[in-house]
Design a protein around this ligand. Sequence first.
Ligand SMILES: NC(=O)C1=CN([C@@H]2O[C@H](COP(=O)(O)OP(=O)(O)OC[C@H]3O[C@@H](n4cnc5c(N)ncnc54)[C@H](OP(=O)(O)O)[C@@H]3O)[C@@H](O)[C@H]2O)[C@@H](O)CC1
Ligand SMILES: [K+]
Length: 509
Amino acid sequence: MKIFPAELVKAIDQYTIANEPIASIDLMERASMAVTSKVMELYPESNQEFSIFAGSGNNGGDGLAIARMLSQQGYRTQIYFIQTTPSTTSDTAINLGRIVPSENLTIETLKPEAVIPYVTPETVIIDTLFGSGVNRPLDAFNKHMVEYINDSGCTIISVDLPSGLMAEDNSTNDPDAIIRADYTITLELPKLALLLPENEQYVGELSIVPIGLHPKALEGFPSNMHFITNEMASKMLYKRRKFAHKGTFGHCYLIAGSQKMLGAAILSSKACMKTGAGLLTTHIPAGLQTALNIAVPEVMIDQDSNTECFTQYSSITNYDAIGVGPGLGTNTTTIATLAQLLTDARRMPMVIDADGLNILAYNKELLKTLPKFAILTPHPKEFERLAGSWNNDIEKIERLYQFAKEHSAYIVLKGAHTIVASPDGRLWFASVGNPGMATAGSGDVLTGIILSLLGQGYSPEEASILGVHLHGLAGDIAAKEESQEALIASSIVDSIGRAFKFLWEIRNL
Ligand SMILES: NC(=O)C1=CN([C@@H]2O[C@H](COP(=O)(O)OP(=O)(O)OC[C@H]3O[C@@H](n4cnc5c(N)ncnc54)[C@H](OP(=O)(O)O)[C@@H]3O)[C@@H](O)[C@H]2O)[C@@H](O)CC1
Ligand SMILES: [K+]
């Protein structure tokens, strides 16, 4: 699924109206119906009361239609229609005309000098003041409305975007003039601002509802940003052939672990095997063989002669892909050996994580020797060490583009919506995963998953995107079963199988 800027969303909207064809008021009705269904899913009990704050743009038009629909379903609904600009859009005017006040539905128009009515904290506020039409910080009256809603103590559901949030860059926005929603229900397409960590406080829990925009427009309009969906990930899966043998699925080589961090090597190894690698050889420091063997009997072991650092590696021509970094340490000898490995393995598919990345960050000349299309999997702090700091998430994305291009590498920037950046300037945002996955070893598991996919012949692009999606899905399955609190890295590994099954079911639909 593509992520489009607000102007293109508008153009897709227009294309749909012209080519489906459908009257714009009917498209608004369809969109409002989709949002109403989602709201009713969140609040199935019809004794829930709603207050809908509607602006005079089309977002407000949606709000008016949602109010009508909720009241028809038996929910008591009050509308506060905010009239600050004289120009009510034509569809919003039509929806205003469709409001027939009743016991369940009341409407009050608020003008700039109006006193804002008291809303009890039990009421759920539906915020439809502004949507994707905002291109500057809100004016004083609307900011006052936003502050009132934010301070109300009510649960807030924003439609399309939290009002006041611009669809892309908010670096010059006024943070006090943006709704802080508990839920954002966005129409059909995720907007960039909704996926950025700095906006989490405004967006709350994000859901996307299809509204039937024209498939030709969704396909044909260009964008270099994508949202990774189950459908997209499931299409990437390779079928395992009946006459395959373990050699068919690749021989992976993982260089990981140290005396204090053998766990990283264990988690990564397990994840690699669970993701379908045919063979895995794990290189660890001397003295740790038995522990690794017991923890992951499927793995072959390549022991270093040194107990403390990485000093040697076996012939890389034996392998199809290399993973390096989890729990490795950053000892001087380790740095020298990694430098040699990068030179030797110039044509190998490779994923580099954790201490591998720290070594690169503190020895930047090594970046020049990265194998082409190497995958780097930093968390934000590691990426900052590699690429320098940023002032906001839009600058961070710029940094990602530049860094991936400059080093011909795929960057997997881990976070709430992990971002994969390709060397040719495309980005993919993760749609799955949960805060329970911010736990020790979670990154080691991702490295193992990506290594496994590389070893099986997936391209670096596929391995990054599918790897991120499988990791997030497995985390979501684990959180559902055990809670986010109890989720540990091993739970993610244990759920990889179910993540695969889920994707295969979608593929075979
Ligand atoms: N995408 C789709 O397919 C569909 C989209 N739909 C819905 O349409 C929504 C977009 O509607 P929209 O374009 O009318 O914009 P919206 O945000 O409601 O209001 C803009 C108004 O606010 C004004 N304004 C702007 N900035 C301001 C400021 N700082 N302070 C004060 N005023 C400011 C601006 O005026 P102007 O900039 O001209 O001064 C304009 O009058 C979209 O989010 C979705 O909910 C569905 O109905 C159907 C399918
Ligand atoms: K809104």
